[in-house]
Design a protein around this ligand. Structure first.
Ligand code: UD1
Length: 343
């Protein structure tokens, strides 16, 4: 029998690509999302690409009662992948309580429901932001945490700790996936990042500028002690990232995980600067980008990239796509959604 997986935040960017990957790899999927920063158009794309209509519940996980309905309707859910969260670093600095209330309450509720309804595998969408302002890269999973650079980062640190504490002495197992910088879009051009609020992340800012939704963009900081003065990050294609979730679930379902909680870094394993990303975009697409060199952004760390050896060894995960795939798929998606009259 196919395992049934509940994906929270499933209509969001990483959630939608993960739902498709799960369907393509022998899982049934149920989706819950509040749609405060996404819409349901990805469900149609998933239907076209997989032939499957994913059962969808519009509910806020902070509402325990509304969320429980999903488990009552689907008592055979054996895996949960918890994406639903607010994720804008800058907004979290301005509105910390919004972030703590939303990201922590929703996690507590979904853990509570998962335990009560006998879920076997709980996968948590964590972030490299838990490492804080690291002194050197690559970082592996044992790199000690620094002070979180933002309340958003703190919610991920707290989230991981809540899961570890809660799962002790239970039969549920969890995997904490620390993403580096997810970017790019599905190669079909039918699905990509499509938030309701204006995106703050580098790649969608680049594509929105290139298409003319923004007049210009700013490179945040060119005086960092890096090779060209701009920040270094580890950009990982969203489809590679999505597939890691399927592998993580299968790892737990196959009883290959001995410890209660495991953690994996998910990045490509090397870092690129902001200016290198802009250059890669211009080269791949032939579009020249209007940008200015600006001040540093509050809450940014200078450089961080991953060591993902553990995910390769234990989960058999290898990223297949590179920065050229990222920028070209993101550009195709931007053109498609703009032609379709999207936001
Ligand atoms: C941060 C988190 C990441 C999280 C993400 C969620 C860290 C190290 N990383 O990513 O784990 O998933 O938030 O949103 O905390 N930039 C510009 N101009 C722009 C936009 C961005 O120069 O208009 C630069 C930023 O300064 C940064 C890089 O591009 O150096 C990437 O920024 P962004 O895409 O926002 O991601 P992070 O802040 O690295």
């Amino acid at each position: 029998m196919k395992p049934k997986v509940l994906v929270t935040g499933g209509t969001g960017y990483i959630g939608s690509h993960t739902m498709l990957d799960l369907l393509e790899n022998g899982c049934d999927v149920v989706c819950i999302d509040s749609c405060i920063n996404s819409d349901t158009s990805c469900l149609e794309a998933i239907r076209q690409l997989s032939g499957v209509e994913v059962p969808f519940y519009q509910a806020d996980l902070c509402d325990l009662g509304a969320s429980e309905r999903v488990f009552r309707d689907h008592p055979d859910i054996s895996g949960v992948i918890h994406f639903a969260a607010l994720k804008a670093v800058g907004e979290s600095v301005e509105k910390p309580l919004l972030y703590f209330r939303n990201n922590v309450d929703s996690l507590i509720n979904i853990l509570d429901l998962s335990l009560r309804y006998g879920v076997k595998a709980f996968i948590f969408s964590s972030s490299c932001t838990v490492y804080g302002d690291v002194q050197k890269s690559p970082v592996d999973e044992n790199t000690p945490w620094q002070e979180a650079a933002s309340p958003y980062g703190r919610t991920k640190q707290i989230g991981e700790q809540i899961i570890r504490d809660t799962l002790q002495h239970t039969s549920m197992k969890s995997i904490l996936l620390r993403y580096f910088n997810p970017a790019g879009a599905h190669p079909s051009g039918k699905m990509g990042e499509s938030p309701i609020n204006p995106p703050q992340n580098l790649v969608p800012v680049i594509t929105e500028t290139a298409i003319g939704k923004r007049e210009s963009m700013t490179v945040f900081g060119t005086d960092y002690p890096t090779r060209d003065g701009s920040c270094i990050r580890d950009y990982i294609h969203v489809c590679d990232l999505a597939h890691a979730h399927t592998l993580a679930l299968k790892h737990v379902f196959a009883d290959r995980q001995l410890s209660q909680t495991e953690v994996f870094n998910l990045g490509i394993g090397n870092g690129l600067t902001v200016l290198e990303i802009i250059e890669a975009f211009q080269k791949q697409t032939g579009v020249s980008l209007s940008y200015t060199l600006g001040d540093r952004r509050a809450g940014d760390v200078m450089a961080i990239y991953s060591d993902h050896t553990k995910a390769s060894k234990v989960l058999g995960w290898e990223p297949k796509m590179d920065i050229n795939d990222i920028v070209s798929s993101a550009w195709t998606w931007e053109k498609n959604r703009s032609t379709a009259g999207g936001k």
